[in-house]
Design a protein around this ligand. Structure first.
Ligand SMILES: [Zn+2]
Length: 384
């Protein structure tokens, strides 16, 4: 067993500020006990007085394979960039194995250096694409949860054993594929640990095309066919009835405000999800489009909403990158509580960015920079 002492830490499901915290964790990186207001102590790791400890970040939606295409899509439509015949997929079908490995490795390094312990990737390229990421993940201090999709003639069943679940690009990738849907439901019910997710209502065009072609919105079609573990985007989910349905089905929503804004789409329904008490998390989506910096994501989200007269609690927003994803995934990650993984970051609260801010939650969202991260631990191992 190892111990860590922090003068200040954000503890538990409510990210409550506690002082003089002693965290004990096991060899396999699980938090075993927490003590507060500790006076006389000895610990293996003692953090500086200025360091605030919080759970490492969890990025609930990424596509990390397009790292080499950074910034090629600005000014183009979503379809031109990430559509079937867009820049991204043309690139990914031609990329050599070596280049793909190289780009995936750089993506992982970038995520770790931004304070993430976990990311959930919608992996393209079927079994081959999933295996390429799985192979290199072992040598990086980050947890990758890989949601794959069949490629070419692959069947859903072929992916079992390779993936942590399934992530579909849109309703049209499952429409009129009864065999795929039947197999998906069968496999997911006999393997409850497998996650199932899909991009929903990302653009107005997709929702309108779905109504025209299928006779109902993509959201309603998907909900008729299966129950996802969580749904991604939902920019054009606007009706109370739809939010009530999300709530009834206990679905989590993952919003990606940076990509929505990049493409000039409707801002995601973050305030609405909070209003309906729907589990909400954030993701940065495609690396080619958005900066993965979690502080930038939080700040951008809060300020974008306040510019519309919607003022969210910085703490509630901080939970969308820490506590909420862990709860949504039903995994012991994303909070500093007994039984949870010791995935931690420390922030230097005396940095020039932060000093004199009296409210730590506001300081984390409005002021903190990645360079203020002065400590990082993954599964009980100090990595910074
Ligand atoms: Zn996506």
């Amino acid at each position: 067993m190892q111990t860590l002492y922090a003068h200040k830490a954000l503890i538990g499901e409510n990210l409550e500020l506690k002082k003089s915290v002693l965290i004990a964790f096991s060899e396999d990186g699980n938090i075993q006990s927490l003590d507060f207001d500790v006076e006389n102590f000895s610990a293996d790791i003692v953090l500086s007085k200025d360091t605030l400890v919080l759970p490492s970040f969890i990025n609930m939606h990424t596509h990390i394979g397009d790292f080499l295409l950074k910034d090629r899509g600005f000014g183009l439509s979503l379809r031109e960039v990430v559509g079937k015949n867009g820049i991204k997929h043309s690139f990914l079908t031609q990329i050599s194995d070596e280049r793909l490995q190289f780009s995936l490795k750089q993506s992982l390094s970038l995520l770790i250096s931004n304070g993430y312990s976990t990311f959930i990737d919608f992996r393209e390229g079927g079994i081959k694409g999933v295996s390429a990421l799985r192979k290199i993940l072992k040598s990086f201090s980050i947890r990758g949860i890989i949601l794959g999709r069949p490629y070419g003639s692959e069947k859903i069943a072929d992916l079992v054993g390779y993936v942590d679940g399934f992530g579909f690009s849109d309703v049209f990738s499952i429409f009129e594929k009864d065999e795929l849907i039947t197999n998906l439901n069968k496999i997911c019910s006999s393997n409850p640990e497998l996650l199932l997710s899909i991009h929903i209502a990302e653009t107005k065009e997709i929702v309108e095309k779905s109504i025209l072609k299928i006779g109902k919105s993509d959201f309603n079609y998907v909900m008729d066919k299966f129950t996802p573990s969580f749904i991604v985007h939902c920019n054009y989910i606007t009706e109370d009835e739809e939010f009530r349905k999300i709530k009834e089905h206990k679905l989590g929503v993952v919003c990606c405000p940076l990509t929505a804004s990049y493409f000039g789409l409707r801002f995601p329904p973050i305030a609405e999800c909070l209003k309906y008490n729907i589990p909400l998390a954030l993701g940065t989506d495609n690396i080619m489009i958005a900066d993965v910096n979690p502080f930038f994501l939080l700040r951008f989200t809060l300020l974008s909403l306040s510019s519309k007269g919607v003022f969210l609690s910085p703490k509630a927003l901080l939970k969308t990158l820490t506590v909420n994803p862990g709860l949504m995934l039903n995994k012991k990650i994303g909070q500093i509580s007994p039984g949870y993984k010791a995935d931690l970051i420390g922030i230097n609260m005396s940095s020039l960015n932060i000093i004199h801010s009296r409210d730590i939650y506001k300081a984390l969202v409005f002021r903190t920079s990645v360079k203020d991260v002065n400590f990082q631990m993954f599964e009980g191992r100090k990595i910074k």
